[in-house]
Design a binder for this molecule. Sequence first.
Ligand SMILES: NC(=O)C1=CN([C@@H]2O[C@H](COP(=O)(O)OP(=O)(O)OC[C@H]3O[C@@H](n4cnc5c(N)ncnc54)[C@H](O)[C@@H]3O)[C@@H](O)[C@H]2O)C=CC1
Ligand SMILES: O=C(O)[C@@H]1CCC=N1
Length: 277
Amino acid sequence: MDSQLQVGFIGAGNMAFGIAKGILSGNVPPTNVKVSAPSLRNLGRFQELNISTTHSNTEVVCSCDVLFVAVKPHLVPTVLSEISHHVTDRHTIVSVAAGVTLATLEELLPEGSRVIRLMPNLPCVVLQGALLFTRGTHAKQEHGALLCSLLQRCGLVEEGPEAWIDIHTGLSGSGVAFVYLFAEALAEGAVKMGMPGALAHRIASQTVLGAGQLLLESDKHPAQLRSEVCTPGGTTIYGLHALEQGGVRASTMAAVESATERARELGRKTAGSGSMK
Ligand SMILES: NC(=O)C1=CN([C@@H]2O[C@H](COP(=O)(O)OP(=O)(O)OC[C@H]3O[C@@H](n4cnc5c(N)ncnc54)[C@H](O)[C@@H]3O)[C@@H](O)[C@H]2O)C=CC1
Ligand SMILES: O=C(O)[C@@H]1CCC=N1
């Protein structure tokens, strides 16, 4: 990767911070990164990473080659209209906004702009993200490869068709929160049975981490690993029976479906009016 490559972020929230941390863990020095946001509130933690910060979105655009647009979806039309005059051949614009489609992004930017739609997730901040991107009309394979090399330390980075981005949003962007809910409930079950809360939460976190790592590294189907934990007539099958009675499988599938549908709805609203309230 070109050591002169300049990276910009518009929006200094949780997701921008996660991606920035991943990028800095690769071979991009903080002096090559700039972030903008209207208030000082979120900028401090970027400054702690020696990233330069500003309140001017156009200043970021004018100084970078790859620009991450990391504001809430309903602000994307306003932000892109504001910076549009400054977007040139130099730029690859990468939007992480849930639901906002390539068609909307391309329409809001000058003809021929290079656009990529990326859906990351919060564990980028610990270099364990799951990211899926899709390239717009004018973003070539080489631009996808450049993005992959920038994000190489963020976690798993995959490319796919745009139709999968909203699904990935439900599965993984939002899915992280579904896993947290499960971890919280695991710990609360232990607290109910008499274990101190702090210990229960530490053990629940390690259980989620260990289960995930084994699932990834073993290359086995989750049902196979589940059966390896179940002793016939033992404790696990009793617990699984209780979960199935609560409809955990159906409600988890419904959660992914519902989050995916919401991403699609956000996309339609952004395409329609530029205002999503
Ligand atoms: N938080 C998450 O887990 C994920 C978020 N996303 C997407 O990332 C985007 C950002 O989400 P978060 O980081 O969670 O939001 P956030 O609320 O933490 O951050 C948004 C940032 O945008 C800044 N901002 C607001 N108006 C602005 C403007 N006019 N110009 C420049 N900056 C402005 C805010 O000051 C704030 O720093 C959203 O579009 C969301 O869909 C995608 C995947 C996961
Ligand atoms: O909840 C949201 O809309 C964002 C997108 C995926 C995760 N957080």
